[in-house]
Ligand binder design. Structure first.
Ligand code: CP
Ligand code: NVA
Length: 315
């Protein structure tokens, strides 16, 4: 992590930030989900972000986050600039703090995909414009927000919906715990020993809803309305082979899906590795909601950007 300078610019770090979904309240999350569903169903022509620019900083690869945010800005009348971390001066040692200060003088909002979560905190602490986490090693709030939209549109409600997470207790799982707490979904997590979710997030999310953490995928999926998983090894994992070995028994296949409720559906943030964490029969089968899930990134992020930039707050 870069050293913290003694002085900050006036206004730095005071702007809105969405670094984890823990920063939202239940009413704000519900409003964003409602707005996303409305934007998706009505497809209104909204150009309220005309003249506004988003900087998107990517230290890691991305398909969905990059394209959905850029399209969101374009459809709302604004524009987005995609910046590859390796082509910025940070790659030559400029601090994230100075990068945040500089970008804040040009753009209206910064979205960044980083490695260590402290990097997005550092950006937000020194930016004077809103900062959105587009994935860190620890959290993926925009994914979880879109997941709420997908579940809401398929189930017609969120409260009481039973969600099973099978696999690595990773960044997507951590944000799902926040989302479950906000929407009062009942979450059961099955991970191999040692790959459980973030204990502090589990503790705080468990104050608002029921979250069970165990090691048995069958027990987690039994009676679930939604079954979710993610890739065995994340971008930041240093030993993908070890992860594959540990997670071998955590594949979502037809046998596992048969334990879920009738009408249950399957979600995956993507990218997926067929034959590893999920079989083609599930991800490409009738229970799969993955393409709706990918699309909903666009609608959820439009709602988020409108709230931050046009309304000035998430109400
Ligand atoms: N789900 C998701 O964030 O996808 P990308 O890594 O392609 O952005
Ligand atoms: N857990 C995955 C999510 C990718 C969208 C990763 O961090 O690589």
């Amino acid at each position: 992590m870069m050293p913290r300078p003694a002085q900050r610019e006036a206004g730095a770090g005071k702007a809105f930030r969405l670094l984890t979904l823990g920063e939202l309240g239940p009413r704000q999350a519900a409003a964003l989900v409602r707005e996303s569903v409305w934007l998706k169903s009505r497809r209104p022509r909204v150009t309220r972000l005309a003249g506004r620019t988003m900087a998107m900083v990517f230290s890691k690869p991305s398909t969905r986050t990059r394209v959905s945010f850029e399209v969101a800005m374009t459809q709302l009348g604004g524009n987005a600039i995609s910046l590859d971390g390796s082509s910025l001066q940070v790659s030559r040692g400029e601090s994230l703090a100075d990068t945040a200060r500089t970008l804040s003088r040009y753009v209206d909002v910064i979205m960044a995909r980083v490695y260590d979560h402290s990097e997005i905190v550092e950006l937000a602490d020194h930016a004077s414009v809103p900062v959105i986490n587009g994935l860190s090693n620890s959290f993926h709030p925009c994914q979880a927000l879109a997941d709420l939209v997908t579940i809401r549109e398929r189930k017609g409600r969120l409260s009481g919906v039973r969600v099973a997470w099978v696999g690595d207790g990773n960044n997507v799982c951590n944000s799902l715990m926040h989302a479950s707490a906000l929407a009062r979904m009942r979450l059961r997590i099955a991970t191999p020993p040692g790959l459980g979710p973030d204990p502090a997030t589990l503790k705080s999310a468990s104050k608002r809803t029921s979250i069970d953490v165990g090691t048995d995928p069958q027990a987690a999926v039994e009676g679930a309305d939604v079954v979710m998983t993610d890739t065995f090894s994340s971008i930041h994992d240093t030993d993908p082979e070890r992860k594959r070995r540990l997670l071998r028994k955590y594949q979502v296949n037809d046998e596992l899906m048969s334990l879920a409720r009738k009408g249950a559906f399957f979600m995956h943030c993507l990218p997926a590795k067929r034959g590893e964490e999920v079989t083609p029969s599930v991800i490409d089968g009738p229970q799969s909601a993955v393409w709706d899930g990918a699309e909903n990134r666009l609608h959820a992020q439009k709602a988020l950007l409108l709230s931050i930039l046009a309304k000035g707050a998430i109400s």
